[in-house]
Write a protein that binds this ligand. Structure first.
Ligand code: ADQ
Length: 781
């Protein structure tokens, strides 16, 4: 074999396909030719290397027909060495990509097999094909050959509940008869398509949906694979690439090339390829990438009454960072500047009326935010759960009906999400109807077969309870009443939306490990412990994270004015006292650096243990402390706050209202944060506090126990103080120790602050765990 001469040409093709030649041509060149696809991209990204003489021995690299050491141009040698190093990296990346191609090829073989013999395909078929469906958007109406969504075959079978199948009758509850005649009528509602709307979605007939999707999958996949197979076996190429250097060093000689031109060309090409690879790294989620739609009654910063809004605004961003395509669906309670009208209009039946909804959307931080607009939601921004029980129920029925169809009708970035490889994340009772609708309207009818639902429990105390007759408002087939009907000693037999959601969801998550355990007890489950125990296999606790764009003392926007300042782990010793002084000034409290400033932020209700603080206040004011409480909720507790402020003007501030800026400033300016919650599924304020160097004193329950490791003075570990029963005396005991440490053990105090601030409390880890749950749901059949 002739000595190696180097003239690799690397090209990124305009169509993004990958070309890598590996065949011996007449001139004796070794050519690699293969196709690379980057995962989770519709179009493959291409690399082409015509490798014919890349040698690790630079002296053998030919320039203009002479050996490079002869021309003495060391700089060229260096440049080539650098190029070779880069080439190695590219080859390593290619090898990785080839492995993925191989996996895809296997997957497609499985598809083929399944088409030939669908019955024998079994579960593995479904498992494998969902990966392919990830990137299959709903075909355009013409592509699929159907335009009318939700058309259901006129002939179907269902059980009436007495074991006798009925043919040709609607399974819908009474309110559906007349609207759905089993022919061209739409399932849960009639849909109006705005003619101007660029809607790409379709909903195929039940009988055709799977085959159409699979055809679409197969066509594109087979093209890719044929490209690979038509040239060289992927495994062969991989085998050759196992030792890229030896392969290349043994390559035959090629015509002399101008090293200047060649090396710079190679350098540029490799650079281009490297950049292409670097700028779009493979998703962290790898092959698990999914389409995810989080559905929530509130979403910060647009709407928020508490922690649910925070989670809906931040978890999706962390999931998007892992490479998933993520959407949040929330009601549009007001004018949101960022969100544009999508042009899509639909009509849904709710409370016996045809209600038109429209969709607004924004793309922020990698997430599609879709807001459902309708007169029923408008102006409820400050009173999201306002109105009577029936008002809220009707709003949530409408919201869930519209939300479950968003993946079909709302084109985000021009393309709808579609229903393949899709998972919904519903939150609390307000959206617990979504898993039920998904099942009753679609999956029971052979639609949305690849869509899954996960229900997150943020607070089981609110369940959407009512009399059994409320069932008629949710528009479901009669036999679905069994999911909702629930008996407990407190409510007797009643209608319970959370119960139905827990049963219908594919998986259930709650927001801490501690709470997942408590939910199984009669006290913690608020009656639903029976259902939770029955469904224990699908329950998982995942502690919430912190949205570090919003809550980080280094960048917090609310600390940029009025004497506050941003601070970090390096500067908190000066930054925090400055924020404390600014807070004291803003609240009109005496500006005293030495006095411990205690904060409380939260809903004023039984859960948050405000009454325990009330009991402890006479003791507290004797301790020479300052106390600021921010909250809104129960009228009597709001009054109580105001009274305390009136009584102890120089020590206590009771701020009644909902003010995000003040919440941030208290978190930064206070020394101690009190959270005597009776129960706390996770709790976010203690997490924020620790990030800001503020020491939490908490009732060790639910997520508080999970996240606040008690201070141990013997080995200087822990983050705060905990007490083991929701009693004022216990609170006083823990707070007493905390104050003592604050006053007498400055170093320990600083250590507590530092350890809290050093934690990584971001959403990234939690998002990874959510991903595990979503993947488990996806493969559950
Ligand atoms: N008056 C006020 N003004 C400004 N901001 C205010 C405020 N009152 C509360 N907030 C803010 O609302 C959020 C409340 O978070 P929590 O975790 O305490 O929530 P909540 O009990 O509502 O949520 C439920 O869901 C969350 C999320 O899963 C769980 O952490 C929690 O345990 C569970 O009870 C925090 O961002 C807090 O700063």
């Amino acid at each position: 074999m002739a000595s190696g001469s180097f003239s690799p040409r690397i090209e990124v093709r305009a169509d993004s396909s990958v070309l890598f030649n590996s065949s011996n041509n007449q001139s004796g060149r070794t050519m690699f030719h293969f196709l690379c696809c980057r995962p989770n991209r519709k179009s493959p990204i291409g690399l082409g290397i015509y490798g014919d003489g890349l040698s690790p021995r630079f002296g053998r690299i030919r320039a203009t027909g002479k050996e490079s050491d002869k021309n003495g141009d060391q700089s060229h040698v260096d440049a080539l060495q650098a190029t070779i190093e880069k080439s190695k990296k590219v080859l390593a990346a290619q090898r990785n990509l080839l492995r993925q191609i191989d996996e895809r090829r296997k997957m497609v073989s499985s598809f083929k097999e399944s088409f030939m013999n669908p019955e024998s395909a079994g579960e593995s078929f479904y498992k494998q094909d969902e990966d392919r469906l990830t990137n299959v958007e709903p075909a355009s109406a013409d592509a699929g050959g159907f335009t009318e969504p939700h058309t259901v075959s006129s002939s179907y079978e269902l059980s009436t509940g007495d074991g006798e199948p009925e043919t040709g009758k609607s399974y819908m509850s009474e309110s559906y008869h007349g609207r759905w005649n089993g022919s061209e009528e739409l399932l849960p509602r009639s849909v109006q398509m705005d003619e101007q709307t660029p809607v790409f979605a379709h909903t195929p007939q039940a009988s055709t949906i799977d085959s159409v999707k699979l055809e679409a999958v197969n066509e594109s996949t087979l093209q890719e694979i044929n490209h690979v197979e038509g040239n060289s076996s992927v495994n062969d190429i991989i085998a050759q690439l196992e030792e890229p250097i030896s392969v290349l060093s043994n390559a035959p000689t090629v015509e002399p090339v101008d090293v200047n031109e060649s090396s710079s060309q190679v350098s540029n090409d490799v650079e281009g390829v490297s950049n292409a690879l670097d700028s779009k790294p493979p998703p962290l989620a790898g092959a698990n990438v999914m389409n995810i739609i989080l559905v929530s009654a509130e979403c910060a910063p647009w709407s928020k009454t508490g922690g649910l809004g925070d989670v809906a605004g931040s978890l999706p961003k962390a999931l998007a960072r892992r490479g998933h395509r993520v959407m949040v669906v929330a009601p549009r309670y007001g004018e949101y500047a960022e969100a544009q009208h999508s042009g899509v209009r639909k009509i849904y039946k709710a409370d016996g009326q045809d209600i038109e909804v429209t969709y607004f959307q924004a793309y922020i931080d990698g997430v599609d935010f879709v807001f459902i607009d309708c007169p029923w939601f408008r102006h409820f921004g400050t009173n999201i759960y306002g109105g009577n029980r029936m008002d809220i129920l009707k709003r949530m029925v409408l919201f869930c009906k519209a939300a479950v169809e968003v993946p079909w009708y709302v084109p985000c970035g021009g393309v709808c999400y579609g229903d393949g490889n899709l998972a919904f994340i519903a939150n609390d009772w307000h959206t617990a109807l979504l898993p039920v609708y998904l099942k009753a309207y679609y999956r029971d009818n052979g639609l949305m077969q690849f869509t899954r639902s996960v229900l997150v429990i943020h607070n089981i105390a609110h369940q959407g309870r009512g009399p059994v007759e409320d069932f008629r408002y949710v528009d479901l087939p009669g036999h679905y009443i069994d999911l909702f009907k629930f008996y407990d000693p407190v409510g007797g037999e009643h209608f319970n939306i959370f119960a139905a959601g827990l049963k219908a969801a594919d998986r259930v998550v709650t927001v801490s490990h501690g709470y997942s355990w408590e939910l199984k007890t009669p006290e913690g489950g608020w009656g639903l412990h029976i259902i939770i125990n029955e469904n224990d296999w699908k329950l998982r606790g995942i502690v919430n994270g912190v949205d570090t764009q919003e809550w980080d003392p280094r960048h917090d926007l609310h600390l940029k004015s009025d004497g506050y300042m941003n601070y970090s782990l390096e500067t908190f010793c000066s930054g925090k006292p400055q924020c404390k002084a600014a807070l004291q000034r803003e609240l009109g409290l005496p500006e005293r650096p030495e006095v411990p400033l205690i904060g409380f932020i939260g809903r004023l209700d039984n859960q948050k243990g405000v009454d325990l603080i009330a009991e402890a206040i006479p003791w507290m004011v004797e301790q020479d402390v300052q106390l600021v409480m921010l909250g809104t909720g129960r009228q009597d507790l709001e009054e109580m706050l105001k009274n305390f402020e009136g009584q102890y003007r120089d020590k206590v501030r009771g701020w009644v209202g909902f003010c995000v800026k003040t919440a941030h400033r208290i978190t930064a300016g206070a020394d101690i944060l009190l959270m005597p919650s009776r129960f706390e599924p996770c709790g976010l304020n203690q997490l924020y506090a620790m990030m800001y160097g503020t020491i939490p004193v908490v009732h060790a329950v639910g997520g508080l126990r999970d996240t606040v490791q008690p201070f141990n003075p013997f080995n200087e570990s822990g983050f705060g103080w905990t007490f083991d029963a929701a009693e004022a005396s216990k609170l006083i005991h823990a707070l007493g120790n905390c104050l003592w440490t604050y006053r007498e053990f400055k170093e320990s105090w600083e250590g507590l602050q530092r350890r809290g601030m050093e934690q990584d409390l971001s959403w990234d880890h939690a998002a990874e765990l959510y991903e595990e749950v979503l993947v488990a749901a996806k493969y559950q059949w």
